[in-house]
Design a protein around this ligand. Sequence first.
Ligand SMILES: [Fe+2]
Ligand SMILES: [Fe+2]
Length: 134
Amino acid sequence: MSDEELVLDIPEIDEQHQTFHEMMSKIGQLVPDMYKPMDDDQVDDVVDALYDLREFALLHFRTEEDYMSEVDYPELEQQKSEHERFLTDLTRMEAELMNGSAIPAIKVYNFLNDWYRDHVRNLDKPFGEFYSKN
Ligand SMILES: [Fe+2]
Ligand SMILES: [Fe+2]
């Protein structure tokens, strides 16, 4: 994650975003042809990777929300509900995969990547600016 626009200048959070990004990229690498429906082994690998990503996301969201409540960040509730929405969508995607829907890996990857970039740019980054002034 080299994009300047995604850096908050809060080292602990930036490191976690970096890790999140690496875990996401790993999912992209599990499946050589991301546009084809996955076979059973690939689905198992992706489901395992999503499980790890969820665990890490929980830690990250807790960390971020702690930083926010520490400085009475006015957008904390919006952050909480967006974090919650991500976890709900992630659960839905895991369930679809486990129920045998023929989802290509690219759909999983795009879901993660779109959420991540959009969330960090539009919600986390403004917090970085707020935090530096408080
Ligand atoms: Fe966030
Ligand atoms: Fe974040």
